[in-house]
Design a protein around this ligand. Structure first.
Ligand code: GDD
Ligand code: MN
Length: 386
């Protein structure tokens, strides 16, 4: 197989028939297949089966029971399921013109590039038709600019790291290194590994039918993704710690203003920030890891327990360092804070959010439920080959 066209779908029923027809028409001379990775709650899976039955190209579908990683997770599952030389990723709503597929494939075949990116922001490319409203256009341009400046080396030569339309040489990317979340899978791929890029301008069109699945929470996911790519998980953990410290001091100052005794105020501030830190780290630092870790209750008890023990122990350790080992108190305090941070990070990654062993890997699990979902059955979607 030369090419797998990977299409992530979430409630795209009215677009499927047209999409399959246009991909099959333009790829009639290419040894290609279409892989749908579907998380829909509407009739999309049935529509895919119907379209597959009359399609000239083989069609496979993975309907996921658990939509881990959303759009990006779906793309990764599609790439994992492919055995083709090249994988091309495109949306299922026809904002990405299927007629570009041979052009992008040719770029990869005729150059030493690993990724061919259909860009809205180079040459004759444009996003005006596809992005509804000035607000979304501005957000898209601004976030593209910020992201490019944060990754000047890896995104060199890429004017549109946020596009969802690109083709890759399958063996040139390391799927295991990726942490898919949200909508920006290309950014994840480019930021994690050095790849040779070629760009092709394209016009991001209007949806054929239905409406965008992008939400505010996708925006927040994107910010977290950029943070993790730039400073790593330990960096995000440190950011949570820093916010916690500011919060701690503000709570303490407020309580003092109301005449609370300083010891009571310090304890109350510590306990409250232990709670807010837990909430922040669940959402910001370990959002993906928590799905395969212990239950929320266990994570909460372990995290709060550790942080309380740490807060209690830090003072006696400081006294020991200063009184017995005669270390300068400021140096000793800096040491205890640094050690506490390191231990806290280790405890959270190695205990609280450690992945529990699972009976089956997520991908196998997700595709082995229900008739249209298993690999053999998904193969059956394809008609006899011409
Ligand atoms: N499997 C799966 N799971 N597919 C999803 C999910 C999900 O959770 N969420 C969205 N999709 C599918 C949609 O069904 C569609 O085929 C494709 O992903 C893109 O979703 P849209 O809802 O059409 O997104 P958009 O048009 O707002 O955003 C597109 O353009 C952006 C550039 O402005 C996407 O290509 C983005 O990746 C891109 O950044
Ligand atoms: Mn779209």
């Amino acid at each position: 197989m030369k090419l797998s066209v990977i299409v992530p779908t979430y409630n795209e029923a009215p677009n499927i028939q047209e999409l399959v027809h246009r991909i099959a028409t333009i790829c009639s001379d290419i040894e290609a297949e279409i892989i749908f990775v579907d998380d829909s709650t509407d009739s999309t899976p049935t529509t895919i089966q119907q379209a597959a039955a009359i399609s000239a190209l083989p069609v496979r579908m993975f309907h996921r029971q658990e939509p881990i990683g959303g759009l990006s997770g779906a793309v990764i599952e599609g790439i994992t399921a492919s055995h083709a030389d090249y994988c091309l990723v495109m949306d299922g709503d026809l904002q990405h013109p299927p007629e570009m597929i041979p052009v992008m494939l040719a770029q990869l075949e005729n150059s030493a590039s690993d990724v061919a990116i259909a860009s809205r922001y180079c040459g004759e490319g444009s996003s005006n038709a596809g992005l509804s409203g000035t607000y979304r256009r501005m957000v898209s341009k601004a976030s593209t600019m910020v992201t490019r400046s944060l990754f000047p080396v890896r995104l060199k030569g890429c004017s549109d790291p946020m596009t969802g339309f690109f083709a890759i040489r399958r063996t040139s990317i390391d799927v295991a290194a990726l942490r898919p979340t949200g909508f920006k899978i290309l950014l994840e791929i480019l930021a994690r590994q050095p790849l040779k890029i070629v760009e092709i301008p394209f016009i991001f069109g209007q949806r054929f039918a239905g409406s965008s699945k992008a939400t505010m929470s996708q925006g927040l996911r994107f910010i977290r993704q950029v943070g993790e790519l730039r400073v790593g998980r330990i960096g995000l953990f440190a950011v949570v710690g820093a916010i916690g410290t500011v919060l701690n001091l503000s709570i303490m100052a407020t309580l003092l203003m109301f005449g609370t005794h300083y010891v009571v105020a310090a304890i109350a501030a510590a306990e409250l920030t232990i709670l807010t830190n837990f909430l922040m780290q669940e959402r910001l630092v370990f959002k993906r890891a928590r799905h395969s870790a212990a239950s929320t209750r266990t994570r909460f008890l372990q995290s709060v327990g550790f942080n309380n023990a740490e807060a209690l122990l830090r003072l006696p350790v400081l006294v020991f360092l200063v009184e017995i080992l005669l270390i300068n108190s400021v140096v000793a305090q800096a040491g205890t804070l640094a050690a506490a941070f390191g231990l806290r990070y280790l405890f959270h990654t190695k205990v609280v959010y450690l992945a529990r062993p699972q009976i089956e890997p997520a991908v196998e699990d997700a595709i082995s439920k229900g008739p249209a979902l298993s690999r053999p059955d998904s193969e059956k979607l394809s008609p006899a080959q011409p």
